[in-house]
Design a protein around this ligand. Structure first.
Ligand code: SAM
Length: 198
C-alpha cells in the first residue's frame, strides 16, 4: 500500500489545509451528524471508510452506526498516525495506511462511506473516474449494502453506473468551508444501492 507524506499549510483538530485548499474542516460536522443520525436505521455490521481526515465521520460512525467491523483507509502519513490513535481507542476500528486504490480490499461491506480528497486531479475525466470507482465499490459491497458520500450544493446527485441513487433528504446547514474557500449551506443525505441485475 502506498502512503504519501504531505506538507500541510495547516493541520489541527479543526482543519486540514494543503496547497491552499481546504481538505477537511470542522464546519462539516453539523451536516455529518444529521447524516449519520438519519442513516443509523441501516444498522450496518461492517463499514468501510475511505479517508480519515479529521476523524469526524469516523467518530460519528462509531457513535450512530456502531458496526462490528470498521475499516478505514488513509493515504497521508501524519493523518494516518491520528487514525492509528483512533483505532487504538475503538475496538472495532482497523486502520489501513495507504492509497485505497492500490490496496487489495477483498472483503464485502454493508456500508461504505467514500470521502477522499483528490490531491492530484485530472488524470481521468470525472465520468471515467466515477465509472471506475463505481465498478470497484460494487465489488466491495454486499448485495444489500449501500455506498454513501457527502453531497454539497442543491444540484443533481451524479448517477453511478450499476447503482440506484436514493436522495434521503436535502437540507440547509451552517456555512461549510469548501476546498476552494467558497462556502456552502445546501447539502443532501444520499446513498447508492447496487442494482440487482447489473
Ligand atoms: C475530506 S477528508 C475526509 C474527512 C473525513 N470524512 C472526516 O470526517 O474528517 C479526505 C481524506 O482522504 C484522504 N485520502 C485522499 N486520497 C486517498 C486515497 N486515495 N486513499 C486513502 N485516503 C485518501 C486524505 O488524506 C484526507 O485525510
Amino acid at each position: 500500500m502506498s502512503s504519501i507524506e504531505l506538507q500541510f499549510d495547516e493541520k489541527n483538530e479543526d482543519v486540514l489545509i494543503w496547497n491552499g485548499q481546504v481538505v477537511m474542516s470542522r464546519t462539516e460536522e453539523e451536516y455529518f451528524k444529521v447524516l449519520f443520525r438519519r442513516l443509523a436505521y441501516l444498522k450496518p455490521v461492517s463499514v468501510l471508510e475511505i479517508g480519515y481526515g479529521l476523524g469526524i465521520s469516523a467518530g460519528l460512525i462509531q457513535e450512530y452506526l456502531m458496526p462490528l467491523r470498521h475499516d478505514i483507509f488513509e493515504i497521508e502519513k501524519a493523518v494516518c498516525k491520528d487514525l492509528e490513535r483512533f483505532s487504538d481507542a475503538n475496538l472495532s476500528v482497523h486502520s489501513h495506511c495507504g492509497d485505497w486504490k492500490q490496496s487489495v480490499i477483498d472483503q464485502q461491506y454493508d456500508f461504505i462511506f467514500f470521502d477522499p480528497f483528490d490531491y492530484s486531479p485530472n488524470q481521468q475525466s470525472d465520468e471515467e473516474e466515477r465509472a471506475e470507482t463505481a465498478r470497484r465499490m460494487r465489488l466491495m459491497l454486499n448485495p444489500r449494502g449501500v455506498l454513501c458520500h457527502p453531497h454539497f450544493g442543491d444540484g443533481d446527485v451524479p448517477h453511478l453506473p450499476g447503482f440506484t441513487t436514493v436522495v434521503v433528504e436535502r437540507l440547509k446547514v451552517s456555512p461549510i468551508r469548501m476546498a476552494d474557500e467558497t462556502s456552502c449551506e445546501d447539502v443532501a443525505i444520499v446513498f447508492h444501492r447496487p442494482d440487482v441485475n447489473s
